[in-house]
Design a protein around this ligand. Structure first.
Ligand code: MN
Length: 288
């Protein structure tokens, strides 16, 4: 049977939002245009040459029912939390945090040589894992394999498998792929994605044509923009005169009801109310 190319379902212009204690960022998922792409609940691109846009940071705040994935391109984020973790996420590092039943944490961006930028993705947890113990996977740049192909395509494999190279983030319920893909001018990239999984790309440098089909289909997407793919077996991206760099993210949809309120994402309104009561009563935080 022929393999089916995934075409572009929609492209989304990131919306400017102010989050935390006054951080300016670009949001592509969790907006009026795109609420979520099951199992992905939020996607933020942050970064600025002006420290006033981010130094106020994200002081102590709770999360429940989700995982947050932070990937830094430049600068750093200093973090600490209610289960005794603290550290600094530097450029190229990834933090995959499973908030589970309850965590309080602080995330404070800092410049390095005047630069700061990165991404945060929220991945939903299924009902049976929403109250799981909080857990961290902190992966420094040095532990993230980078594939460099002869045609100049470079792929950092954070989660998932490319050319038999497996990324270091494992044991995540959504069975995610998370790749940072750079394609030079006049080149192409093909990647298999399991049928039925959701797939998105976030274009953050240059431009490329996404959703190439054997019949000549495809949509040219300049940065910054989010691409949501239709179902299928693989995606193909091609460049012409310009290089492109994007994140390619996929995961298994949950098909569960979503009740969201700020940093909590549960299945029902009653569970959101319980989270708020737990915060008031001082019983919110769960041990890791
Ligand atoms: Mn947070």
């Amino acid at each position: 049977m022929d393999l089916q190319p995934r075409q572009v379902l929609q492209t989304v212009e990131p919306q400017p939002v102010i989050e935390g204690a006054g951080v300016k960022l670009k949001r592509s998922i969790a907006t009026s245009r795109l609420n979520y792409v099951d199992p992905f609940l939020l996607f933020d691109h942050f970064g600025s040459d002006n420290p006033d846009d981010y130094l106020a940071g994200f002081p102590m705040h709770p999360h429940r029912g989700i995982e947050t994935v932070t990937y830094m391109l430049a600068g750093a984020v200093q973090h600490r939390d209610s289960i005794g973790n603290s550290g600094i996420i530097e450029a190229g590092d990834v933090q995959w945090m499973t908030a589970g039943g309850g965590i309080m944490h602080e995330e404070m961006p800092q410049p390095r040589q005047g630069q700061m930028g990165g991404f945060q993705l929220w991945v939903n947890l299924p009902a049976k894992f929403k109250m799981t113990r909080p857990r961290y996977q902190e992966i420094p740049l040095a532990q993230i394999p980078e594939i460099k192909r002869e045609d100049g395509v470079a792929i950092r494999v954070i989660a998932g498998t490319v050319d038999d190279v497996r990324g270091p983030v494992t044991e995540i319920v959504a069975d995610p792929t998370y790749l940072d893909v750079s394609i030079p001018a006049n080149a192409s990239f093909v990647h298999s994605i399991e049928k039925g999984h959701a797939a998105i790309a976030y274009v953050f440098e240059g431009q490329g044509t996404f959703g190439i089909t054997p019949e000549g289909g495809g949509e040219t997407v300049p940065h910054p923009k989010l691409v949501v793919f239709e179902d299928g077996d693989y995606i193909e991206v091609r460049t012409a005169g310009q290089a492109v760099r994007f994140l390619l993210i996929s995961g298994k949809p949950l098909y569960e009801p979503i009740a969201r309120y700020g940093p909590f994402v549960m299945n029902t309104r009653a569970e959101i109310e319980q989270a708020l009561r737990d915060l008031q009563n001082g019983t919110f935080v769960k041990q890791g």
